[in-house]
Design a binder for this molecule. Structure first.
Ligand SMILES: [Cu+2]
Length: 142
């Protein structure tokens, strides 16, 4: 490998770390009044050619963001913390009510319908921002 090739790989491998990954239909469910956890949902689409590994979710207005999977055991619902989300090349992963979701903890101000929030996630090591809108929804599910 020539020195030039090595430099190109270094530069562009990083820049392209999360190429082809998009965040669609990102929304936050308007929570009941109070400062409890708030759920957010989205679709992660990987149109790139390599596996996308997402972790370290963050929100500018929240102290802490977790990725949860939902598991039903008889009539109980458990939420399980997920250290990372892997989206294969060419695939999409849907975070939706009743399934996987983001759990936004300790908002710095009331979360009400119509507000917009900036969130971010580390995608193959590259910090990647995306936006979420708060919506009001009837009949909440976990
Ligand atoms: Cu949760």
């Amino acid at each position: 490998m020539t020195r030039l090739t090595a430099l190109l790989l270094l530069c562009c491998g990083q820049a392209l770390a999360c190429e082809g990954v998009s965040f669609d239909n990102v929304w936050i469910r308007e929570p009941p009044p109070g400062n409890g956890p708030v759920a957010a949902y989205l679709t992660v689409k990987n149109a790139g050619t390599e596996m996308a590994v997402l972790k370290d979710w963050q929100g500018e207005a929240f102290a802490h963001v977790m990725l949860h999977a939902t598991k039903r055991v008889d009539d109980r619902v458990q939420m399980l913390n997920q250290p990372e989300l892997a989206v294969p090349a060419g695939a999409s992963v849907v975070l939706a009510p009743g399934g996987m979701h983001l759990m936004l903890m300790k908002a710095n101000a009331p979360v009400v319908a119509g507000k917009h929030y900036g969130l971010s996630v580390s995608c193959n090591g590259a910090s990647t921002p995306f936006d979420a809108t708060v919506r009001r929804e009837e009949a909440p599910t976990p």
